[in-house]
Design a protein around this ligand. Structure first.
Ligand code: PHE
Length: 343
């Protein structure tokens, strides 16, 4: 009985549009007055069975709160002269604006890199993030127990006769590509890679790379230099200088690291380039003949070059970001700063 009345009154209260002071006062007297309907309900409640009381008490109190709140609302509106509430939505209210998403800065830069290499005829290749020892290390000329394996702090998933690990670089995709096809190869391999590093502003346990591979007859170090030179002019603008420093990677010989003139201070010296005017952006070299042979390619006929860069590093330089952790924290205040391009 009580429940049915509550249902009925609730409906009436919900549709009550409010009105002038007299209408509001009538509402108060009807529901909340000393001889009002709620008083009646509480009287009726007193004679309910203990069992009914248990379930009805809460409902009754909630109903009373609803009536009180409605009364406060319509009273306020009648005093401030606001419009009476009707069932129709108020079409003069401003609409709800849509929250627009945006591309992640790493995605924007990845896209930019891919577009540049596409102009040179490079295709995009991808491969698994969980790799076996062969594709991540052995085929790339890292002999077992060779100290070069320590250059990359690896997350092993299974260690033993047949190691399984999170790939430490996307060079593994180059191996897969060479094994399963025939030269010429001209592709870039963007993707996420993992290294067992303590997380800080300057290091993270995962990051993103774009590696590249070009294998054909007569590919030379001059081709490597010209390709990367073109890439840098496109990425950082005409006039960006490059320099190559000798380096070591097991899978390339000779190997080099490439620096570009600091895009922020244009070589004058700033915090980003540690006042040297140069920043290192990638590693590269001529594919070691052993790697070609490991992948079934005749190293007497074919030569190739390879390179690899970290997308985070390039993005940091482009947007002057100084803390790698920002990329994976998903703080929208950070993410919203990179344009709203969503395609
Ligand atoms: N694989 C290297 C790295 O992750 C980068 C690299 C790729 C260097 C190709 C030379 C040639 O550090």
């Amino acid at each position: 009985m009580i429940q049915e009345k509550i249902n009925q009154y609730t409906e009436e209260i919900n549709v009550f549009p409010g009105g002038d002071a007299a209408a509001v006062e009538a509402f108060r007297i009807k529901y909340l007055g000393t001889r009002g309907l709620i008083k009646d309900l509480f009287d009726e409640f007193k004679s309910a069975t203990p069992e009914e009381k248990r379930s009805l008490g809460k409902v009754l109190n909630e109903f009373k709160k609803l009536a009180e709140e409605k009364y406060q609302a319509v009273k306020e509106r009648s005093e401030t002269g606001g419009p009476a509430q009707t069932d129709l939505p108020d079409l003069t209210l401003p609409g709800e604006s849509l929250v627009e998403g945006a591309r992640h800065p790493l995605q924007l830069v990845r896209k930019e890199i891919v577009e540049i290499f596409k102009k040179l005829g490079f295709t995009v290749a991808e491969g698994p993030e969980i790799e076996d020892d062969w594709h991540n290390f052995t085929a790339l000329n890292f002999p077992l127990e060779h100290p070069a394996r320590d250059m990359q702090d690896t997350f092993f998933i299974r260690k033993g006769g047949n190691d399984i690990a999170l790939r430490t670089h996307t060079s593994s995709v180059q191996v897969r590509m060479m094994e399963s096809g025939k030269p010429p190869f001209r592709a870039i391999m963007p993707g996420r890679v993992y290294r067992n590093e303590a997380i800080s502003a300057r290091a993270h346990c995962f990051f993103h790379q774009v590696e590249g591979l070009y294998v054909d007859e007569n590919v030379s170090f001059a081709d490597l230099k010209q390709t990367l030179y073109y890439f840098v002019q496109e990425l950082y603008g005409e006039g960006t200088k490059v320099r190559f420093r000798p380096s070591y990677f097991p899978f390339t010989e000779p190997s080099a690291e490439m620096d570009v003139s600091c895009s922020i201070c244009k070589g004058a010296g700033c915090q980003m380039c540690k006042y040297s005017g140069w920043v290192e952006i990638l590693g590269c070299g001529m594919v070691d003949p052993n790697v070609l042979e490991n992948c079934g390619i005749d190293s007497n006929v074919y030569t190739g070059f390879a390179f690899g860069m970290g997308i985070e590093r390039i993005t940091n330089l482009k947007y002057e970001i100084r803390d790698l952790r920002l990329f994976s924290e998903n703080d929208v205040r950070f993410l919203k700063q990179f344009g709203t391009e969503i395609v």
